[in-house]
Structures are given as C-alpha cells and as structure tokens.
Design a protein. Structure first.
Length: 130
C-alpha cells in the first residue's frame, strides 16, 4: 500500500467503519461531511483511494459497494434500517426498549409512561385490570 495523505487516511477510516458494520457505502456527501471539505474534494479522495489500490469500487445501478483490499470487507449494498451515523458511533449508549416504546409522556401527570404510577400510565402499559 502506498503512503496515504491525511485526507485519504481519514476517508479510509470512514469507509472501514462502514464496511466493518456492514452498512451501505457512504455517499460522497457523507465523505465530504466527514472530511469537512467540498463534495468534489471528497469524490477526488475516494477516487484516489481506488486508483492507489487501497479500495475497490463496485458499482450497482446508482449505488456502489466499496471493498477494503487489506481486509476484504465490503460495505453493504442496501441499508439494514439503521443510519450511517449509528455505524460511525457504535460506542454511543443504546436507549432501552422501554424508552423507545413509551416515548411520550403520561397524558395525566407528564412523566415517562414506562415508570408512571398513576392510572393513565398503567392503562398505557396495559396493567389495568379489565
């Protein structure tokens, strides 16, 4: 592998994370946001990585799959219902399912429905006797 520029190393990090998490290939806009540069510069950096043999780009209709040559890992062709942001920030704390399901406050007292002890909170959780 040839010596990479700082731009290329940073872009390669993004692509490796997406491939490791089996996420879709980041778009040039995603790469530009990651590098904090223009769309054209990001496209040039990805093309330079391809030209230098660090990655291989496989094109499918209007999508692409990038293979990291050193590891053999590839980005996914389609999304698995999670955003690219999740692939980049795996260390972020995961929200409990109860919080995701009961995301609205109790209609009576305003607290989280999954911990509410008033009548409306229990009814929302299905704990009221019929």
């Amino acid at each position: 592998m040839t010596d990479l520029t700082p731009w290329e190393r940073k872009a390669l990090t993004l692509l490796e994370r997406a491939a490791l998490a089996e996420r879709p290939c980041p778009t040039n806009d995603d790469v530009a946001d990651w590098l904090r540069c223009s769309h054209a510069k990001a496209a040039g950096v990805v093309a330079a990585l391809d030209t230098s043999g660090v990655i291989r780009i496989h094109r499918h209709a209007n999508r692409r799959v990038i293979e990291i040559v050193a590891t053999g890992r590839r980005t996914a062709l389609t999304a698995k219902r999670l955003r690219l942001h999740d692939a980049l920030h795996d260390s972020s704390p995961k929200r409990p399912l109860a919080v995701l399901h009961y995301h609205t406050g109790c209609s009576w007292c305003g607290c989280r429905v999954d911990v509410c002890s008033c009548r409306d909170g229990k009814a929302a959780r299905g704990e009221m006797a019929a």
